[in-house]
Design a protein around this ligand. Structure first.
Ligand code: GRF
Length: 196
């Protein structure tokens, strides 16, 4: 049986849909079984439902702590029988219990560790890259542990920073690289991973 994946989103769902497509086209040997959205405002909810996926929305209540919220979200993935979770534009902190160690992946729109950590998401990453004056950025697929953007690197692609780049330009170039990288990284990861 193919490993089952759950997709966690907070935004457009672009990366999640891209993974669903790669699975259905046989480029990734996995079955997408569920999506979890951290907010009902996530544009990806409708797109993923249109693609035939069950999407659950789990908003974090103000008086809920990270561990409780994580238990709820991971519990849904477990109840659906997920072997692996792919964070795809997910913006909430997850507390990773031992049984999920090494089975949650994330894609980060920058090179790690230099351009990761708390507060380093979305345009913040691209602005920091331009402010640092470096000639390269990129995107990274890594395992998720209990530190932000810290777990084992699975795959990375480097993307040039071009003269005159605005954060939006860099974002567009890196996002295009993500579309290629995440399915390939997931496929390679699953080949080496034993589904639980
Ligand atoms: C992506 O750039 C990804 O690297 C980051 O979230 C961004 C938005 O993803 N983790 P999506 O458009 O919701 O797929």
């Amino acid at each position: 049986m193919k490993p089952r994946i759950a997709l966690f989103i907070s935004g457009t769902g672009g990366n999640a849909l891209n993974l669903v497509k790669a699975c259905r086209e046989g480029r990734v040997g996995a079955d997408p079984i569920l999506a979890v959205a951290s907010t009902p405002k996530a544009a990806g909810i409708e797109k993923l439902r249109d693609a035939g996926l069950v999407v659950a929305t789990v908003e974090r209540a103000k008086d809920t702590d990270d561990a409780t919220y994580s238990r709820l979200c991971l519990g849904l993935a477990e109840a659906a029988g997920a072997d692996v979770i792919c964070l795809a534009g997910w913006l909430r902190r997850l507390v990773v219990p031992e049984r999920w160690e090494g089975r949650i992946l994330n894609i980060h729109p920058g090179l790690l560790p230099a351009f990761g950590g708390p507060g380093m998401y979305g345009m913040h990453v691209h602005r920091a890259v331009l402010a640092a004056g470096v000639s390269e950025s990129g995107c990274t697929v890594h395992c998720v542990d209990n530190e932000y953007d810290h777990g084992r690197e699975v795959a990375v692609v480097r993307v040039p920073v071009l003269p005159g780049d605005r954060p939006e330009d860099l974002q567009r170039r890196i996002y295009a690289a993500e579309m290629d990288l995440y399915p390939k990284a997931l496929a390679a990861f699953l080949e080496g991973a034993t589904p639980g």
